[in-house]
Write a protein that binds this ligand. Structure first.
Ligand SMILES: [Zn+2]
Ligand SMILES: [Zn+2]
Ligand SMILES: [Zn+2]
Ligand SMILES: [Zn+2]
Length: 490
């Protein structure tokens, strides 16, 4: 499943919290679909590197910014399989005192100790219960701010910087948002239990503004396979606004965030640089609702204001098999070929869409291949091949087939997914690059060498732009696979 860039994990946490997570240590079930991460990337203090000088023209693929997080937490479900400091997936050893956090090495433990020595007794107090990620993040932010964090600056140009307090708190919106207030209240309860009457616990007004900055500026840190593994606050990068048609993209190497340009841009002006906070494989109405609910703004980007996209994303297939019109199911005839839209055709489309939405909703965490195939069978001939619900089903089917090692089927779904990903994510998106990489990897395994080389080269072309030549995904995984495919094809 595609993962969102800005973090939206907190609603899940709220559900987990409501279901008495604090009383049931294993309430947040670990999912086992996580693959290996990239190389160990040591966490330093929040710092940033600007890669393009002011005023210089920007080329597609240029790295605009590199930044270390101001604060971050590994998701609780990975705490026994990933290092709390570098996020690497490997053999980890637990902190002997709190028994809660795990590290890959003495080195990482030492680096994490600056903050962890204050957090450690708080975690110990409520051990063996799991701490909701948002509560742990708030706790870390409180500690960090108490330790002079408010003076830390994240530079996004040589002279412009942001501090934590420069980020918008959305205080007024949160005060009027019952869902958020309830969430905050439950987190406050956890914090009180963890931190007791510690003098550093802020009053509710102060906590609300920290919480507001966290939920609207938090990033999900993604592993190379694009799974969300941690939540983080980056100061400098928080200046970047959203667009559903972005000209830049954020990718991660360990905890380090990189912003790369995916278009040529006249010069480095951060008011004209946009990344996407959300999944773009959704209709404008869905995207706007999501942005409003999570970030308190109404999107007026070029894509959201264009009605064609909604029409295409929800299109039916024309009854005429040779016609590829994005058909509006409510019309009586196809505007392109004039084929009639029968009530039977309309009913079949509606039924396929309803069934698909219901099943995909149920399979949010884990997709089952047979259920995906059932939806695809219902869609065939009625739902347009570029309808987003068809693409979501294909995506789920692709991942499910990989999970059960059905390589031939996975290849079929993956290849069918490419045009849809390209259409809605754009030519330079990490998910499109990763799709080509996964297809190429399977083809290499199945000794379909020419196709494997083509897909791996396509992956390389895209990922060089979105991740940079020096990213471990290219240096380690992709380069080796391509070398192997080339050697075997001789
Ligand atoms: Zn580590
Ligand atoms: Zn500890
Ligand atoms: Zn938009
Ligand atoms: Zn037609």
């Amino acid at each position: 499943m595609p993962t969102f860039l800005r973090t939206q994990e907190f609603d899940k946490l709220l559900v987990a919290f409501r279901s008495a997570e604090l009383l049931a240590p294993n309430a947040l079930k670990a999912t086992s679909d996580i693959q290996r991460t990239g190389k160990c990337n040591k966490q330093a203090n929040s710092s940033m590197k600007q890669n393009v000088p002011n005023g210089k023209a920007i080329k597609r693929g240029d790295r605009l910014l590199t930044e270390k997080p101001f604060a971050f937490v590994l998701q609780a479900r990975y705490r026994k399989e990933r290092c709390d400091n570098c996020l690497q997936s490997c053999k980890v050893l637990k902190c002997a005192n709190c028994q809660y956090v795990y590290y890959c090495s003495r080195d990482c433990q030492m680096q994490g100790w600056v903050l962890h020595k204050i957090e450690c007794p708080f975690l110990k107090r409520i051990y063996p219960r799991n701490v909701p990620d948002a509560a742990r993040m708030l706790c870390k932010l409180i500690i960090k701010l108490d330790k002079g964090g408010d003076l830390v600056r994240g530079y996004y140009t040589q002279t412009c910087s942001r501090r934590f307090r420069d980020m918008m708190s959305h205080y007024a919106e949160i005060k009027n948002d019952a869902r958020r207030l309830e969430h905050l209240e439950s987190l406050y309860g956890v914090l009180q239990e963890m931190m007791g009457d510690s003098v550093i616990v802020p009053n509710l007004t102060e906590l609300t503004s920290i919480y507001g900055r966290l939920i609207t500026n938090g990033f999900s840190i993604l592993d190379p396979e694009m799974n969300s593994i941690a939540t983080a606050i980056y100061l400098g990068v928080s200046v970047t606004d959203h667009s559903c048609k972005p000209n830049a993209v954020a990718t991660f190497e360990g905890t380090t965030l990189h912003i790369h340009a995916i278009e040529d841009i006249e010069c480095l002006d951060w008011s004209k640089i946009f990344i996407s906070y959300i999944d773009l494989l959704n209709t404008p109405a869905q995207r706007r609702a999501e942005l409003q609910a999570n970030y308190y703004f109404f999107c007026i980007c070029a894509k959201c204001t264009n009605t064609t996209e909604t029409h295409e994303m929800l299109a039916a297939a024309c009854a005429n098999k040779n016609c590829n019109e994005f058909l509006d199911i409510n019309l009586n005839n196809c505007p392109r070929c004039d084929a009639g839209v029968s009530p039977k055709h309309r009913n079949a489309y509606n039924e396929a869409m309803t069934i698909t939405k219901t099943h995909l909703e149920h399979m949010k965490d884990i997709a089952y291949l047979d259920v995906c195939k059932l939806c695809l069978a219902k869609q065939k001939g009625y739902v347009h091949p570029l309808n987003v619900w068809h693409l979501k089903t294909l995506d789920a089917a692709f991942e499910a087939a990989i999970d059960v090692s059905k390589w031939e089927e996975a290849l079929e779904f993956g290849k069918e997914l490419v045009p849809g990903f390209r259409k809605y994510y754009g030519d330079w998106h990490p998910l499109l690059g990763m799709l080509h990489l996964k297809i190429g990897k399977i083809q290499l395994y199945k000794c379909q060498l020419t196709e494997a080389i083509n897909n791996l080269k396509e992956a390389q072309k895209i990922l060089q732009i979105t991740h940079g030549h020096d990213h471990s995904l290219l240096r380690e995984q992709l380069k080796l696979m391509l070398a192997q495919a080339l050697a075997e094809s001789l």
